[in-house]
Design a protein around this ligand. Structure first.
Ligand SMILES: Nc1ncnc2c1ncn2[C@@H]1O[C@H](COP(=O)(O)OP(=O)(O)OP(=O)(O)O)[C@@H](O)[C@H]1O
Ligand SMILES: [Mg+2]
Length: 331
C-alpha cells in the first residue's frame, strides 16, 4: 500500500542541511494499523509529512521515494512522491500533531467540513444533500449532528479531535495518517479516541498510520510498528513481537520502561538524550547511550535488515549473535 523506498530527507537551514530521515525503507500494508514510535525529535512527524507528500521547502527529499498504491471503488491507483498531494482526502488524509488547534475557532464546524472536502466531490450534488451526508456520517460515529452548528471554541479538546478524525475519514480514504492523536488528552478521552480510530479502521478496512511517543498507545491499537531513533528506523515488526521480544537495545529500554500490572520492580528511564541531528555521532547513533556498545558500533552504521520473516532491526548485536531472537542472547 505505501512503499517507503530508501527515503532520505533534510531540512534546509542557514547552517546547512539537517538530515532528519535517513535511508528509511519499509512497507505499510493494506488493512492494518501501523504505529511509529520514538522519543521527541526523532523524526516521526517529518516521516508522516513525507508520507503525506508535504515536502515543501525547507523540507526536501535527498534521495528515495514513496509509492502509494491500492484500489478504491474497483479502480486501481498508484501515486508517487509529488503526486500524492493530488489525492489528499480521496486516497490519503492527515490528522496533524496538535490537531485540536487546526480548526478555525470562529468558523462553524459545518463550514469547515464544506471548505475541506475537495470541491470536485461536492459540487455535483446540492449542498443540502452534502450536509445530510455529513450529518449521517457523524451519527454513524456516535457524534451528535448538532456539532455541525457549533464553533470549535465551544468544544472540548477531545471533541475537537473527534471532529477532525471525522473530517479526515469522511471520504473513506485508503490511508489515514494520525500524528499523536491522543496527546494532551486525559486517559478517558484518550481511550475514546483510540476506540474511535480502531472501529473506523475495521469499518473502512483501510490503513491507519498512528504516530505516538506513548508505547501504551501502540500496545493497545497497532498491528505492526516501527521504532525510530535519531531520524532512522531501528526496529520494525508485529507489535506483539516488539513488546514480547524486542531486539534493538533502544526498543528493549522503551519496552522495559513501561509499567506492567503486578510488576513491582523499579522502572528507570533511558539515560542520556538523543544526539543533536545537526551533529550526530559516527556509527550507530544510539551507541553513546547503549549498554551494549562495542567498538564497531562507534565506527559503522548498522544496516536495517530482516532478522526473521517480517522482523527488521538495525543493530551490530545481530552480527555478534546477541539478539533476543537467538538463543544465546544474554541479558
Ligand atoms: N523546519 C525545520 N527546520 C529545521 N529543523 C527542523 C524543522 N522542523 C523540524 N526540524 C527538526 O527535525 C527533527 C525531527 O522533528 P520532528 O518534528 O519530525 O520530530 P518528532 O519525532 O515528531 O518529535 P515530537 O515527538 O516532539 O513531535 C527535530 O530535531 C527538529 O528540530
Ligand atoms: Mg511530532
Amino acid at each position: 500500500m505505501i512503499k517507503i523506498d530508501h527515503l532520505s530527507t533534510s531540512y534546509t537551514t542557514i547552517d546547512g542541511p539537517v538530515h532528519v530521515i535517513n535511508d528509511v525503507d519499509f512497507e505499510i500494508y493494506d488493512n492494518e494499523i501501523f504505529g511509529i514510535a520514538g522519543e521527541s525529535g526523532c523524526g516521526k512527524t517529518t516521516l508522516l509529512k513525507a508520507l503525506y507528500d508535504i515536502l515543501d521547502f525547507p523540507l526536501v527529499v535527498d534521495s528515495g521515494k514513496l509509492i502509494l498504491s491500492g484500489e478504491k471503488n474497483g479502480q486501481a491507483f498508484s501515486f508517487e512522491t509529488g503526486q500524492i498531494r493530488n489525492t489528499w482526502w480521496n486516497h490519503i488524509s492527515y490528522v496533524p500533531q496538535a490537531a485540536q488547534s487546526v480548526l478555525n475557532p470562529i468558523v462553524p464546524v459545518k463550514k469547515q467540513f464544506l471548505d475541506s472536502i475537495p470541491k470536485a466531490n461536492i459540487t455535483k450534488e446540492p449542498k443540502a444533500i452534502t450536509m445530510k451526508r455529513i450529518s449521517n456520517y457523524l451519527e454513524e460515529l456516535s457524534l451528535s449532528p448538532d456539532l455541525l452548528n457549533a464553533y470549535p471554541f465551544q468544544l472540548s479538546g477531545g471533541m475537537r479531535q473527534r471532529v477532525i478524525i471525522a473530517l479526515a475519514t469522511f471520504m473513506s480514504p485508503n490511508v489515514v495518517l494520525a500524528d499523536e492523536p491522543t496527546t494532551a488528552l486525559d486517559v478517558v478521552v484518550q481511550r475514546g479516541i483510540l476506540m474511535m480510530l480502531m472501529s473506523l479502521q475495521k469499518q473502512l478496512k483501510n490503513t491507519m498510520v498512528i504516530v505516538s511517543h506513548d508505547m501504551g498507545v501502540h500496545y493497545q491499537i497497532t498491528d505492526r510498528m516501527g521504532i525510530m531513533y535519531s531520524g532512522s528506523m531501528v526496529e520494525l515488526g508485529k507489535t506483539e513481537d516488539i513488546f514480547e521480544k524486542p531486539i534493538h537495545p533502544y526498543t528493549r529500554m522503551l519496552v522495559g520502561a513501561l509499567p506492567r500490572v503486578g510488576d513491582k520492580s523499579q522502572k528507570t528511564g533511558i539515560p542520556g538524550r538523543p544526539p543533536a541531528l545537526t551533529n550526530p555521532p559516527p556509527g550507530c547513533r544510539f551507541a553513546p547511550r547503549c549498554p551494549k556498545t562495542a567498538e564497531e558500533c562507534k565506527k559503522s552504521v548498522p544496516k536495517f535488515r530482516e532478522v526473521e520473516k517480517g522482523r527488521f532491526a538495525a543493530c551490530h548485536l545481530l552480527n555478534r549473535g546477541e539478539c533476543r531472537c537467538q538463543k544465546n542472547y544474554s541479558k
